[in-house]
Every structure is written in C-alpha cells, then in structure tokens.
Design a protein around this ligand. Structure first.
Ligand code: SF4
Length: 452
C-alpha cells in the first residue's frame, strides 16, 4: 500500500458492527442483506461483541422458546457491548423487548431493511472509504461458500391457526422473477454449487403480483413457481425447493426433478395427517388428497426425497386422530421428518381452541411419532447401500469428510459420512459408494473411477 494510503487508513476509525442472527433461513437471508449493505457502506463486521462499536441482533419470535433465546441474546450483547439495535420478527413486539431490556438503542421490525440500516446510521454513522466499499457481487453470506439460500418472497397469505408469521411479516410479497434470477446467476458465478429456494410459501410465489413477467438471459418468465424452477434449472447447479404446499400445480415440477434439472427433493411442511386436525390448523391445501398425490409423484420420479415437519399434541388432538397421523406416515413413507410438540404462541388463533393436550400425552405421542419416523428412515436409507452417488463435501476431515447427497438439505437432514479418504475439500463434489446406513445418515467410501 502506498504511504499516503497507509496514512489515510491509519488516521480514521472504521465503524465496526457486531451481529447476531437467530431464527430460520428467511431471517438468515435478511441478516445477509443487512451485512451486505453495511459492508458496501464501509462498515466492518466485528468478530466479537467486544470489538464492535454496536451490535445488531436479528431476532426470531416464532415460538416462545425462540422469544426467550432472542431476549437472552439481546441481554448478552448488552452486557458485553452495551450498544444494541434489535431487528427481526420479535421486533414486531417492541414492548416485549423494551420491558426486559430498556437500554436497547432502537427496535425495528421484520422486513424493515431500510429501517434497521437507518437506525445503524443514526447510532454509528458510516465513513466512506473506497478501500472498504469493495463488496463481492454475490453480497455477504453467512453460509459456507458452496451453498446459499435464495429468498423469493416475504410474508404469507395463509392463516394457519398456530402461526403468527402473517401478523409479524405481513401478506405475501414476491420478488420479481428477473431480480431473483439475476441474484441466482450471481451466486452461481461466484462458485455456489447449491441454491436453496426459501419463502413462507414457495408454491404461492408471484400470486400477489399477478405472476408478473420478467426477462432473463433473453427469455421471458413469469413470476411463478414453475417458471422459477425451469429457469433455475438452467444454471447447472443443485436447486433445492423448500416450503412447498401440495397444490395440484406443484405436479408440474416433478418432470423437472425426474430430468435432474432441479433436485428431486421437496420440503413440504404437512404438519399432520388427520383431515380434522388439518382443518383446525387451517392448513393450506388441507382438502387435497395428499397420499394420492405423493404416489403419483413417486411414479414419475421414483427417487424423489420428501421432507416434512409435523406438530403433535395440537389442541383437541384425539388418540384416534393421532393414530390417523401414524397410519398416514406409514403410507406416505417420507424420507426426512421433523416433529414439534404443539406450544401456544402469543397472538395465535389456536390458543382459543378447546381441549389442550396435556404435556405428558404430548410427550408420549412425540416419542411414538419419532420412533415410527425413525423406523421408516432406517429402512429407506438401508435400500441405498451399494448405490453410487455424487455428493457435495461440507466439511473435510483428516481421514474422511462429511458430505450431502441430493436427498440431504444442509442443517436439517442427514449426511453422507465418507470414510477412509483424505484430501477432500469443502465445496468439492465427490463420487461415493454407499457402504452402510444408520437411522439418519449414510456411510460411504470414495467410488472407484468408472472403467474407461
Ligand atoms: S403457511 Fe401457515 S405456518 Fe407457514 S407462514 Fe403461512 S400461516 Fe404460518
């Protein structure tokens, strides 16, 4: 660096922001956007609270446990730094935050990117410096270099009785398809090998903006679920679809999965298998014959992986309804399953429902559900022994690596443990042969090179 530049750098204080990001991948994407803006404006991101000039806490308010975690994180940031701005879902209820932490500098709500940036400017003004303005085109990301979340919309037009996200994040607000595709292209150009499409309701994408048309790479697309899948499928990287509901139009994406233009993987939060419980939950597509739909999908794309989450112990859930859920699970044979015991969320309509399920019954049903799901997972993974798969390495180890196949989303699904192989690197593809399986994971060795 020339001496004049060194003097310039030494004479100024670069504002440093600490950051804590809590909650779901959608909140993570909000955090990435905030961090990208801050870096573009010349802020540095501090590695610890102590090194920061102020701390931003992006909170989650989805369930009471998340609220507690958010309030504790704010408390820790206040203790270790003292200057804290709060944003995110819990920010929609500032009184909850301020009654416990009155020293917080400012609270902004969810989806309030401009507001949180303005709050940071007010309490820690930016300093322009061309050396610090160089932000990589793909922005700042909190995920490893080889995968990235792509948020296509905010908010939700559904009204599930256990959920307050529409109240916190507002109604569906879709990003135009050309903007989304340009972001996806930038990510792919930067070396991202897997894009995870997220929203509150991916199947509803574009309904709020009348499926507006946009142009990308000289072709016209509508802001619509199937157009998005088709366009992303041309990027030549893994495309994984999350938060899809089993509406009839989702059938259109299955041929793209069979052709491997997008990953044969659907994350559909079914939440229950009993029609009466689903009705009380006011779930989208609750009237659809989902089992018939799943059978049809698997006929067209036999190695489709289905992931879902469920709630047991919802108010009024009878033993018969719970048994229906278990039978439904046996028939659906889902690959990946998560389960929550129902817990009331302040402001949710379900709180007014009669007949809460006692905690010990919830516990017992949770254990039965997980046992059944684990049995299905074990059996389905066993069938993969002997298969040759292409996997993406997440973490390299001295004598192996932790990787994922098409069937495994990061953080939430199982992994493929590659054993007895050194020299692999994170973000690299590997061809493996599956040698063993357990309840949730596969074990593998590097595959022999194909014969010439
Ligand atoms: S689909 Fe239901 S659970 Fe999901 S965000 Fe919308 S209202 Fe909440």
């Amino acid at each position: 660096m020339p001496p004049a530049d060194r003097r310039h750098r030494a004479s100024r204080h670069v504002p440093k922001v600490g950051f804590a990001s809590l909650g779901c991948p959608k909140a993570l994407v909000d955090s990435e956007r905030i961090l990208t803006t801050l870096r573009a404006e010349g802020y540095e991101i501090a590695a610890t609270y102590e090194q920061a000039d102020l701390v931003v806490v992006n909170t989650c308010g989805f369930i009471d446990a998340a609220v507690d975690e958010s309030l504790e994180t704010i408390g820790e940031a206040l203790q270790r730094n003292g200057r804290v701005i709060v944003t995110g879902c819990l920010g929609a209820r500032p009184e909850r935050i301020l009654e416990r932490h009155p020293r917080v500098l400012q609270v902004t709500g969810p989806q309030s990117h401009a507001e949180v940036i303005a709050a940071i400017h007010a309490h820690l003004p930016p300093q322009h410096d061309p050396f610090l303005d160089l932000v990589p085109p793909q922005g700042i990301r909190l995920t490893p270099r080889h995968y990235a979340y792509l948020k296509i919309s905010e908010g939700c037009n559904n009204s599930c009785s256990f959920c307050i996200i529409p109240a916190l994040r507002g109604r569906l607000s879709s990003r135009r398809i050309d903007e989304v595709l340009r972001e996806a292209e930038r990510l792919a150009t930067a070396g991202v090998k897997e894009i995870l499409v997220i929203s509150q309701d991916t199947s509803a994408y574009g309904a709020d903006i009348h499926y507006a048309r946009g142009t990308w790479r000289d072709a016209q697309y509508r802001t619509r679920f199937i157009d998005l899948a088709r366009a992303l499928g041309t990027l030549g990287i893994w495309i994984r679809l999350h938060y899809v509901y089993p509406y009839p139009h989702v059938d259109e994406v299955i041929p793209l999965m069979a052709e491997r233009r997008v990953l044969p993987y659907l994350d559909i939060p079914f939440q229950h298998g009993s029609p009466t419980v689903l009705k009380r939950m006011r779930r989208p597509a609750h009237a659809e014959d989902v089992l018939t739909r799943i059978r049809g999908w698997r006929r067209q794309c036999p190695d489709l992986t289905l992931r879902s989450t469920f709630i047991v112990g919802f108010p009024g859930e009878t033993e018969a309804e719970f048994e229906t859920l278990l039978q439904w699970l046996d028939e659906a044979q889902l690959d990946r399953v998560g389960c929550f015991k129902y817990s009331p969320v302040e402001g949710a309509a379900a709180n007014a429902l009669a007949d809460p399920v006692p905690a010990e019954v919830q516990e017992e049903r949770y254990a039965r559900f997980m046992e059944r799901a684990a049995g299905i997972s074990t059996q389905r993974l066993q069938r993969r022994i002997g298969e040759r798969l292409r996997v993406l390495v997440d973490t390299a180890q001295e004598h192996g690596a932790v990787a994922r196949s098409e069937a495994d989303a990061p953080e939430i699904d199982g992994v493929v443990r590659i054993e007895g192989a050194g020299g692999l690197r994170a973000g690299e593809w590997a061809d493996v042969t599956i040698t063993a399986s357990d309840v949730y994971d596969l074990h593998a060795r590097l595959a022999d090179a194909p014969a010439q």
